[in-house]
Design a protein around this ligand. Structure first.
Ligand SMILES: O=C(O)CCC(=O)C(=O)O
Length: 286
């Protein structure tokens, strides 16, 4: 995929799907490691971010960073927001932008989530569902209605866009705006694979009508931000959440600063620092 199409796809759709960015060997290796980390977690995420679990090469992967830079610009920040999912999230459309006070119809958002699904989701349900173009819309809820009534966002931001199941193959890479409405656990119908319903409706579709789920549905998620107020607000919000995840994270030492710096990636350890009683000498903002 060329630079132009990455940026265009993101602007139009709120997500980018890059086919075949990784080899089958890479995926098999990551999947084996993920399976062993997930065994004994009872479907929960193992605490700690991805570098802590030995996936630092993914966070520093030049192809991934190159694609994300087409959208966020050349300076990226990794602040420890990443995880291994051992099962899909609840089926519901949600957004992950935090403290987002700007009108989505006329502003960009500076943080993206990247996803690598470690199994096929063309012949299996359980992948990602998005509302196409919803990064320019707001989720319908009291706060966003109030913002429209106060004329801080345009009424059209409350209109929903169509749902689509992103049928990823092993080796594909996806990233999306944290404003994009999305859900895990997408159900693909047998025989009518292009149809996509809202997540709550998916939950009602009988098993015999849907493509099967994988027994172990594993996915890696990680976020990068562009320097700016939106990223700062997001980091401040995340630092206050999930203390056990921060306590288990050691990415400040694992992600070599020189290597990250050469790739245009700043490492921020605000979250780890806030949840450690003794300040760490190796914590830094590069
Ligand atoms: O589990 C998935 O496929 C979606 C993950 C998700 O909702 C998220 O990362 O916010």
């Amino acid at each position: 995929m060329t630079t132009g199409t990455i940026r265009e796809q993101f602007d139009e759709q709120g997500f980018v799907l890059v086919r075949g960015l990784f080899t089958q060997e890479q995926i098999a290796d990551w999947r084996e490691r993920a399976l062993s980390l997930c065994s004994g977690c009872d479907g929960e995420q193992p605490p700690g971010e991805l570098a802590t679990h030995g996936f630092e090469d993914i966070l520093l992967n030049e192809d991934i960073l190159g694609a994300v830079k087409q959208v966020l610009g050349n300076d990226l920040i990794y602040f420890g927001d990443s995880s291994l999912h051992c099962s899909p999230n609840d089926r519901t459309f949600h957004v992950d932008a935090r403290g987002d006070l700007d009108d989505p119809s006329c502003t960009d958002y500076g943080v993206v989530r990247c996803g690598i699904y470690l199994q096929d989701h063309t012949d299996h349900s359980g992948g990602l569902k998005v509302r196409v173009g919803s990064h320019k819309r707001a989720l319908l809820r009291p706060g966003t209605i109030k913002r429209v009534l106060k004329r801080k966002a345009r009424p059209a931001t409350l209109l929903h866009t169509p749902a689509r199941n992103l049928k990823t193959r092993t080796g594909d890479f996806i990233f999306w705006s944290l404003r994009t409405h999305h859900s895990g656990g997408a159900v693909i119908l047998k025989g009518l694979r292009r149809l996509a319903f809202p997540p709550r409706f998916d939950a009602l579709i009988p098993t015999f009508l849907r493509l099967p789920d994988h027994e172990n549905r594993l996915a890696l998620f990680f976020a990068y931000g562009a320097p700016g107020e939106q990223t700062e607000r997001y980091i401040r919000d995340q630092v206050g959440r999930r203390p056990e995840a921060w306590e288990a994270s050691t990415f400040g030492t694992l992600l070599s600063s020189d290597r990250a710096q050469k790739l245009g990636l700043s490492i921020r350890t605000d979250g780890v620092d806030a949840h450690r009683s003794v300040p760490r000498s190796d914590s830094r903002s590069l």
